[in-house]
Design a protein around this ligand. Structure first.
Ligand code: PRP
Ligand code: URA
Length: 207
């Protein structure tokens, strides 16, 4: 069963409003996307497997915990790249994978053009990063690709989602947890989320 987590931390909500604002310049947009991603990845890694450890402090032996699971951050190009630095600030030891998908502007169907995944990700915690879930086609296709390489433990993290796309994604991948900071009500006739934030890739990279 899917779990959808809509994060409602006040600082994330504040930053999402700034990210949506059409007056926000490219540099600030990138910074905000990175900061929000960092905070959301912190939440996404809440269920990572741990093992017991102990270390010597300057005074005594201290029992503790360490991450015991491989973590892979997967970006959906292009706009997912803007979430990677924030993710790595939370867990710099993660492996990184890239999936190239763009939407055909006429049909809105996802078109694959690149996929590189580390071997042996079956037991890894795979965190898929894309700021936008609109029709849901790109995210569904990306998870199909990850599963085809054996990934089983996948969390999808997006900044803004559309209700219809979220429902579509949940119907196709009921085993994948979704973490999002906003669920918007509509898509326009070009498949853009309304109110959304516009074209995430263009705003991130100034194109
Ligand atoms: C955007 C976004 C998602 C996709 C979401 O990418 O980053 O990958 O659209 O739309 P969907 O849910 O309807 O599939 P885009 O296709 O614009 O590619 P780009 O990041 O390379 O510009
Ligand atoms: N891709 C975007 O970047 N923005 C949208 O609103 C929809 C898809």
């Amino acid at each position: 069963m899917n779990k959808v987590l809509i994060v409602d931390h006040p600082i994330i909500l504040d930053k999402i409003s700034r990210l949506r604002d059409r007056r926000t310049p490219v540099k600030e947009f990138r910074n905000l996307a990175g900061e929000i991603s960092m905070l959301m990845v912190y939440e996404a890694l809440k269920d990572v497997k741990l093992k017991n450890t102990s270390v010597n402090t300057p005074l005594a032996r201290a029992k503790g915990k360490m991450v015991a699971q491989n973590i892979v951050f997967v970006t959906i190009l292009r706009a997912g790249l803007g979430m990677l630095d924030g993710a790595l600030m939370i867990y710099p030891d993660a492996q990184i994978s890239h999936i190239g998908i763009y939407r055909n502007e006429e049909t809105l169907s996802p078109v694959r053009y690149y996929f590189k995944m580390p071997r042996g990700s079956k037991n890894s915690l795979v965190v898929l990063l894309d700021p936008m879930l609109a029709t849901g086609g790109s995210a569904v296709e990306a998870v199909n690709m990850l599963k085809s390489k054996g990934a089983r433990n996948i969390v999808f993290l997006c900044l803004i989602s559309a209700k219809a796309g979220l429902d579509y994604f949940l119907s196709k991948h009921p085993d994948v947890k979704v973490i999002t900071a906003a669920v918007d009500s509509k898509l326009n006739n070009r498949g853009y989320i309304v109110p959304g934030l516009g074209d995430a890739g263009d705003r991130m990279f100034g194109t």
